[in-house]
Design a protein around this ligand. Structure first.
Ligand code: NDP
Length: 611
């Protein structure tokens, strides 16, 4: 029998690094950061912290009288998922609906995230929906936030959705009224809305989260979350010019995908910038470029769907042909072969262990390159060492930026490594305490992310009460229970568009649209066939839960267990609780869409009961 070392040597005779040493390093870096409190280390933006979420720096409140409405559908959320749901309803001729949105316009994530440098790291030609329909040509391969926000407005105009929108309105409760076979939706505006159907489209990144640390409400300086950027305080706009920070000491807490984008701007404009880093991000080349109008004009009808499917297949290692997107995402995916089960024809009869080993080695190589990039940009050795990520590529969301690393070469930028202490410890009236030192600052910017994988209820600030007074979150107490991630038993005429128990893709807008198409089909069928209600049967729901768990297997969980903590692995607690049940549909978004397509084709609303 060959030893692991011999096997490695036989497969990779020319390796210039020691995989065992890297494995040990990764494990040590993970263990250093693991915390017993897991997701409980975060505070909800409620009570004394409510302003971090509730304040809207981008709109003036517009008073209006409470509404009493009888409608066909209440769509909750005006980000891309709600917009696509509304658009697909309109397409089917359903017009008597309202779209209820907390912000002052459409956009969701792109309404709220206006921080300097905000950009989507998914290629615009895949990410911006309805490009063919609206005839819009994205300016660049990667769109900045204002362009994406504008596109949500464009989609709103194109489908005439502004007439259906209730902006600056937060849902307070959604409750099923059995006698009327209606949902009653109440809001912070005193509205009383009766809707036949509800589509909850509240998005995965809609609620900011904050570290649950002592003193966070005591700070006497200025502070805000990145998704509520306060340009009145900083000056400037998305493109920079934060001139009011010229005499300010600013702390940024967090170094995830958001911080990577805004830190270069803060570095340029602050008197002093302190970046509190617990785990460095992997920062790869961005390489943005303007769209070539000739190329764009000559794309053939249907190109956007083809491109999206090509991107999804490439990410899953299922595309053996041309990589149309050919960027950092697909490069990583092709090299480390996240679709381990998808053998490339030229690989012949590899055994699974060997495939996994090859993927791991490719991952080490990729991350070695990422770490080498840090040395290219950062001359201070200690800073450069601290900025190197020691984990496998998909343990955290990969980031792509061409200015972030160089920012740390600036004299006014200090990196405060808080990995040993497992995070910043405390906030005082004057500043941030880390590693036992108090750093006095004028302003704290929380780049600490969103309630993405915390409990379903924490991700929305209202309850949904179904048949027999059952709360949705009670129904999901031990994990998600749905059919196709879209509807559940005990909640008639209720649908959700989201990220659990369905085909997941980092190209979120595309998956939201696919779900919107499906949900609008069901709503339309119920109305056309003259039914009052439709509801997932208990058996179909159970069967889907079992299918999700069966397909998830142990592979992804085992991978994430080895990872440094973060929201991808529920802060290191991925193996615990209901995580297998909350998994996406493992065969991927293209397979999921094919499954939904066949379901619609059959036409018998399989697994659902009408009344
Ligand atoms: P993340 O959740 O990715 O990052 C939060 C950051 O806060 C992490 O660096 C985390 O450290 C740090 N943090 C949390 N608590 C503490 C603490 N007590 N002390 C010090 N640091 C702390 O949030 P982001 O807003 O950066 O990104 C969220 C998601 O939004 C992304 O993953 C992505 O899905 C999306 N996004 C997408 C973009 C795009 O281009 N499409 C751009 C920006 C965001 P640690 O890692 O150690 O937990």
């Amino acid at each position: 029998m060959t030893s692991e070392r011999e096997r490695l040597h036989n497969l990779f005779p020319d390796l210039d690094f020691d995989p065992e040493a890297l494995r040990a390093k990764y494990r040590a870096e993970r263990d250093k950061r693991l915390r017993d409190d897991g997701e409980a280390q975060y505070a909800e933006a409620t009570d004394a912290l409510a302003h971090f979420s509730d304040d809207d720096p981008y709109a003036t409140p517009e008073p209006r009288d409470p509404l009493t409405l009888e409608i066909d559908v209440a769509v909750i959320g005006g980000g891309f998922s709600g917009l696509m749901a509304a658009a697909r309803l309109k397409e089917r001729g359903i017009a008597n609906f309202r779209l209820i949105e907390a912000g002052g316009d459409f956009g969701g994530t792109w309404y709220w995230n206006r921080y300097p440098g905000a950009q989507c790291d998914i290629e615009s030609y895949c990410y911006l929906p309805l490009l063919e329909e609206t005839g819009y040509m994205p300016k660049e391969k990667y769109s900045f936030a204002p362009e994406i926000f504008e596109h949500t407005r464009r989609v709103g105009e194109y489908f005439g959705l502004y007439d259906n929108a209730l902006f600056q309105t937060r849902v307070r409760e959604v409750r099923w009224i059995e006698e009327e076979a209606r949902w009653r939706v109440t809001t912070n505006r005193g509205d009383d809305i009766r809707a036949r159907f509800v589509i909850q489209a509240t998005g995965p990144a809609n609620r900011p989260k904050l570290p649950n640390i002592r003193g966070i409400a005591d700070f006497k300086g200025h502070s805000f979350h990145t998704s509520r950027w306060d340009y009145a305080y900083t000056g400037g706009n998305h493109e920079g010019g934060l001139t009011k920070l010229a005499d300010k000491r600013v702390a940024v807490i967090g170094t995830g995908a958001t911080a990577i984008q805004c830190v270069p701007f803060l570095g340029r404009h602050t008197q002093q910038l302190l970046v509190f880093q617990r785990t460095p991000s992997s920062v790869d080349l961005r390489g943005n470029k303007p769209t070539d109008p000739n190329w764009y004009a000559n794309l053939e009808s249907g190109w956007q769907r083809e491109r999206r499917e090509n991107f999804a297949a490439t990410l899953l290692g299922q595309n053996f042909g041309e990589d149309l997107v050919a960027d950092g995402w697909t490069d990583i995916a092709r090299r480390i072969g996240i679709g381990l089960v998808n053998r490339r024809p030229e690989q012949g009869d590899l055994d699974m262990e060997e495939i996994a080993l090859r993927a791991e080695i490719a991952d080490f190589q990729k991350m070695n390159e990422i770490r080498a990039r840090v040395d290219e940009y950062v001359s201070d050795e200690a800073k450069a060492e601290a900025l190197k990520p020691w984990y496998r590529q998909f343990c955290k969301r990969p980031t792509f930026n061409d200015e972030y690393l160089a920012t740390f070469d600036r004299d006014n930028v200090q990196l405060v490594d808080v990995s040993e202490a497992k995070g910043v410890e405390r906030i005082t009236e004057r500043g941030v305490v880390a590693n036992g030192v108090e750093y006095e600052v004028d302003c704290i910017v929380f780049a600490t992310g969103f309630e993405i994988t915390t409990s379903a209820h924490r991700r929305v600030d209202f309850d949904t009460i179904g048949r027999d007074g059952l709360s949705l979150y009670e129904h999901w107490r031990d994990g998600y229970r749905t059919l196709h991630g879209l509807a559940c038993h005990g909640f008639p005429n209720w649908f959700t568009i989201g990220i659990n128990q369905n085909g997941l893709s980092p190209n979120m807008t595309s998956m939201f649209d696919d779900q919107a198409v499906h949900v609008s089909y069901i709503v339309n069928e119920v109305m056309q066939r003259g039914h009052r209600t439709i509801e997932v049967t208990a058996e179909a729901e159970q069967a889907w839960v079992e299918e999700i768990v069966r397909l998830a297997g142990r592979g992804a969980t085992a991978f994430l267990e080895e990872c440094t903590p973060g929201y991808y692995n529920r802060e290191g607690q991925v193996g615990k609780g209901a995580s297998m049940q909350n998994s996406p549909y493992a065969p991927g978004i293209n397979a999921f869409n094919a499954l939904l397509g066949e379901w619609r084709e059959k036409g018998d609303l399989d697994g659902m009961e009408t009344g």
